[in-house]
Design a protein around this ligand. Structure first.
Ligand code: FAD
Length: 413
């Protein structure tokens, strides 16, 4: 077991890895160029998605592809000039979404997802952060009886195959549950296992606070300065160089940029997303986060207001924010709920760190003694941070991994 480890990247994943390693007795330095939780972990939809055993596949139906290709959708948007850079990973993503291969991904993913709520609760209890975790689940709303019926059949299958719980609401039950909804819908699937975080940034900060409280060190530095130092690793920080026997790359969407200089270039890609908060008119309330499936964005009650988070945008890594999806979503959202003012002047943007086989990259980086990966958590990095933290800490410290890490091994790319 290494005595010292540096964890590069203080998002939900890096903070969780650092915390688990510290709890195993390692000297841990957690390095980020910003404060903890200021990347994608800051502004996500706040769902700890116990139901997310099916990772997001690449659409394979022609009609769906045509809809996206027109570039007028709310849920998906792309910068045409960025597309050449996405061709290779998206082709692999499409290939891995073929039904049989997708089923293998689901099996591997469902094992990771299975303990996500327990892993969070274990950390949140110790971090005195339970108030941030609301056991309210979230809902998907369906416009037609046919769509609701199909969703109900899928939900039954998820219950049977993976033990995922739900409630089926008809239109009347939905209206009673959310009396300020401005539309009528055929009904909803209410996933009852997930937790909804009222402030994802505060949750990452709470875990980071527990890490430093238990003797871990936070440092400001740029992971681009990572270099070999004998058999270990060195990174430059504001307090001078830091060395450790092992290093963990947990840089979210920026991870492959750093691993590439050490000969490991996984075909990762980013899906950008935006958020904006709104106040509600009068004494209106929203009790449960929801996606109205025909609209394609999430509305979630948060500490800061009703958070609207958008779907996937494909753009060059260095491209300026282009919150077109938010502009398209906002009028639709105003038709769903009595939203009042925008809370912020400009939208927040973050990037989901994605892999073409829909599985995160967790484990030893090939050919580099003491270099470890913890990235690629795509749509569920908030959900999976503590699970990955525990699994990677098992592996780094030489304990028996609490679940088989083979499907997530970096060596597969
Ligand atoms: C709109 C949106 C909604 C989402 N909703 C959900 C949801 O409801 N539930 C869910 O589970 N997930 C959700 N996600 C996904 C989730 O937010 C991410 O998967 C997760 O935050 C990734 O965590 P991370 O720690 O890997 O990366 P990040 O949180 O991005 O952290 C990476 C860190 O690395 C640092 N860094 C980068 N480069 C360097 C460098 N060179 N030097 C030093 N530090 C560096 C950054 O500053 C950052 O702090 C959503 C994402 C988006 C965009």
């Amino acid at each position: 077991m290494p005595r010292s480890v540096m964890v590069l990247g203080a998002g939900m994943v890096g903070v969780s890895v650092a915390l688990h390693l510290r709890r195993r007795g390692c000297d841990v330095v957690l390095v980020d160029r910003q404060g903890p939780g200021e990347g994608a972990s800051f502004g996500n939809g706040g769902l700890i998605q116990r139901e997310a055993v099916y990772p997001h596949p690449f659409p394979r139906a022609l009609g769906e592809l045509m809809r996206i290709a027109r570039n007028q959708a709310i849920d998906v948007h792309y910068h045409p000039l960025a597309l050449p850079g996405f061709v290779s990973p998206l082709l692999r993503y499409w290939w891995n979404s073929e039904p049989e291969r997708y089923l293998r991904a689901v099996l591997a993913y469902s094992r990771l997802i299975a303990t996500c709520v327990d892993e969070h609760l274990a950390l949140a209890r110790d971090a005195d952060a339970m108030a941030l975790l609301r056991p309210i689940g979230w809902m998907r709303l369906y416009g037609t009886a046919k769509a609701l019926e199909a969703a109900a059949a899928q939900a039954e299958a998820a219950q049977r195959d993976y033990g995922i719980n739900h409630r089926l609401l008809d239109g009347r039950a939905l209206a009673a549950a959310e009396p300020h909804l401005l539309v009528t819908r055929a009904g909803a699937i209410h996933w009852t296992d997930p937790l909804s975080v009222s402030d994802p940034h505060a949750l990452t900060l709470a875990y980071a606070g527990m890490f430093t409280g238990e003797g871990g060190t936070l440092a400001t530095g740029d992971a681009a300065t990572l270099a070999r130092a004998g058999s270990g690793w060195r990174v430059q920080t504001a307090d001078g160089p830091v060395e450790a026997e092992s290093a963990v790359i947990a840089l979210g969407a920026a991870s492959a940029r750093i691993t590439r200089s050490f000969g490991y270039a996984p075909p990762t890609f980013g899906k950008r997303g935006y958020h904006m908060h709104y106040t509600l008119q009068g004494n209106a309330v929203l009790h449960t986060p929801f996606i109205d499936v025909d609209s394609g964005f999430l509305l979630a009650p948060m500490r800061a207001g009703i958070r609207l988070t958008t779907g996937a945008e494909f753009a060059r890594e260095d491209a300026d924010p282009s919150p077109i999806q938010l502009e398209r979503a906002e009028p639709v959202a105003r038709g769903l709920l009595p939203l009042a003012e925008r809370v912020e002047d400009k939208p927040w943007m973050g990037t989901r760190p994605c892999t073409p086989d829909m599985l995160p990259i967790i484990g030893p980086i090939p050919g580099q003694q003491g270099l470890w990966a913890a990235f690629g958590h795509a749509h569920q990095g908030l959900t999976l941070g503590p699970t990955t933290g525990r699994l990677l800490a098992d592996m780094i410290t030489g304990a028996a991994p609490f679940l088989d890490p083979t499907p997530y091994a970096p060596v597969r790319f």
